[in-house]
Write a protein that binds this ligand. Sequence first.
Ligand SMILES: Nc1nc2c(ncn2[C@@H]2O[C@H](COP(=O)(O)OP(=O)(O)OP(=O)(O)O)[C@@H](O)[C@H]2O)c(=O)[nH]1
Ligand SMILES: [Mg+2]
Length: 439
Amino acid sequence: MLGKKLREALARLTGRAYVDEDAVKSLIKDLQRVLIASDVNVRLVFALSKKIEERSLKSEKLEALSLKEHVMKVVYEELVRLMGESYNPRLDRHKILLCGLYGSGKTTTCAKLAHFYKTRGLSVALVGADVDRPAAQEQLEQLSKQVGARFYTIKGEKDATKIVKKVLPEIREDIIIVDSAGRNALDAELADELKKINEELRPDEVYLVLSGDIGQIAGRQAEEFNKTVPLTGVIVTKMDGSAKGGGALSAVAATGTKIAFIGLGEKINDLQVYSAEKFVGRLLGVPDIEGLMEKIKEATREQDIKTIESEELTIETFYEQLKAAKKMGPLSGIFSMLGASDVPKEMLQQSEQKMKQYEAMINSMTKEERKNPSLLRSNPSRITRVARGSGCGEKDVREFLTQFERMEKLMNRFKRDRSFRSKIEKLIKGGMPGIGGIF
Ligand SMILES: Nc1nc2c(ncn2[C@@H]2O[C@H](COP(=O)(O)OP(=O)(O)OP(=O)(O)O)[C@@H](O)[C@H]2O)c(=O)[nH]1
Ligand SMILES: [Mg+2]
């Protein structure tokens, strides 16, 4: 399926230690393969690739984002653009005509829409105007009962337009949904019938129902129907089972016709208002762009663990870690949970004033002292000097050193003790925000 392959392609990028031009190019190759397999039109795929390459490598990158995050953001945004827009269905009284080829899901979608509007407090009338298929009226009548909509038709009437003309004045419901007959292709007969129904009904919405498994042909189909009866939207059904759904959505989007709803199953509540963002989010396994960014950060944290061993703890890195910890908010409990009760809670909840003090102390230290704080311990006159230079008491300087030494111990334990290490790794992978920065 498209989603799984896309997630694999993106995981190959996020799994890299760093991202360069080659990495972006190989991601684009992966994307091309995945999208073409989902029957996305080749021209669209190449336009998308070009855009991603340009924006990833040449254009504006936000300061706050790493290149990896930037590339992912670009990919997400361009996929969303490829898949169209978001729809905002009206929720006032209105008339809807559904049209489409055989078996595309019109009748089922009538019921799904009825359910959709009913759950939003509107009353719904379903009109059976498929006069061709033998059990069509019974099918819709059955579904009307199931969703609690009123069913209208004229049994035995062979002219769909006449049915519409006769039942329309009787209908008092807020939403009127008309089911029409399908065909193997949009032939002259169907075109003529649809035009006439359209004229009689004067619908506010004309939705073409098509099945996602026809892939990119959906674009041409939307264009053809649009010439017959101006469409206000397309409903793409069977998105649950189709490997070509992405192809269908992107092709419809490319024609400029809106995708209004998508069908995701046979049941009456398997209908969703279309949102390209949600669709792409689902493909990528994240709720939205923020979710995606969080996922990248998680992946980055996993790499952070790998670099902990080689990272050297100095007064400066310690201070940076404290600052990061402060930003992350209260982490109380995590350390005691790990059995690291020797790291006091206060250490992670330094006041703004304390942080300023620490900064002043660090500024009063020599380069050697910052790299090797034990120099301060072994020579009290150094502590006196730092205290004076920073305007703090000697006690404050010692307290700061104590905190540093505790962190140093914790880090050494992390490097040596495998079970402690795996506990921490589990916590980090479980999404503990930013804890990687503490070490
Ligand atoms: N899996 C899945 N099946 C669907 C979906 N929508 C419709 N179907 C199934 O597709 C088949 C055809 O659906 P109908 O609603 O009868 O299609 P139609 O366009 O009215 O067909 P005709 O009236 O013969 O032109 C039925 O078996 C539906 O249950 C969907 O979103 N997902
Ligand atoms: Mg039908």
